[in-house]
Ligand binder design. Sequence first.
Ligand SMILES: [Fe+2]
Length: 328
Amino acid sequence: MEKNEFLHDLKTPETTWKGSGRHYFANGEVSSEAGVITEAVGPHGLYWCLDTIMHKVPDDLIATWQMPHYHVRGYETFFVDSGRLYLYINGQRTVAKKGDIVHLQAGQPHGMTFLEEVKWRGTYHDFETFSEAADVGRVKKYMPELKDDPELAALMPRGEMDTVMLEPFLFKDVPAEECSAVRNVSRPLAAYEFPGLSMRIIVERWENGGTKEMACAVMEPGFTAEWVKYPPLRELFYLRSGKIKFTVMGREFTADDECVIDIPRFAPHSMEVLERSELFDLGGQSCWSMFLSSYDSVRTRTPARLEKGALEALKKKFNIPVGKIGMK
Ligand SMILES: [Fe+2]
């Protein structure tokens, strides 16, 4: 079958991952395997999506393996799509589990201990990347006897990804609901209801340095959306669960659980929801949160303005390239 360049099914990493990297526990076992789904673009490194399998930390390392670190400029938002982990953040330790979303900000110390095998999918931005890591990695690959040489490690002090390691954390245990870094579609920061559609705000723009945000559309079967004729934004979606028929530039395809949909700028497109779906906006360039709160304000306080083009004006102001929505 011809490869569909708009659809990346994370259920089949062997065909979806473009390039991959591995990390190791102190005992030499593989700790994680990461694959590139989409590359970072532009000065803020937007539209970057990686899929990582984090392996269970060996029992004898669970008490000490925290991976404590922070990123100087980079932001990360992860989907926990299987298993459980300890998240260490803000002086707390909490358990994040399948269905949660973990949001980590620039300069915010964090660490993780993976208690089971975790599908750890992420979108990242504003990372400085350092090419020294690949060059140091090559020396280690050819000369494994040097892999623990501190002189070699000192050549890549911030790793590949803007990372500074820290001392292990002291912490108090709290439930995930009390940890601000752990998000869930069932407890959004805000929600806006329409027939067949609930728009949930998961990460606000101000939590990402003003660069992007993350909304989730929870949609019922029969819900349809059509974008404007030539949408001025590239869209990158994560369909975490459900089933949706997309039409992109006249080509029809169906996406289901754990699929990334990458729709280029200017490409005419539409979608029809076939089963209840949770679709996340990974690109984050539309200002959904401000658009929806503004629309709610107009609808409530000055509804007559909607007859005079207020909705179209808000869509333009907040980069919302959706033409019309409805139920089939
Ligand atoms: Fe991190």
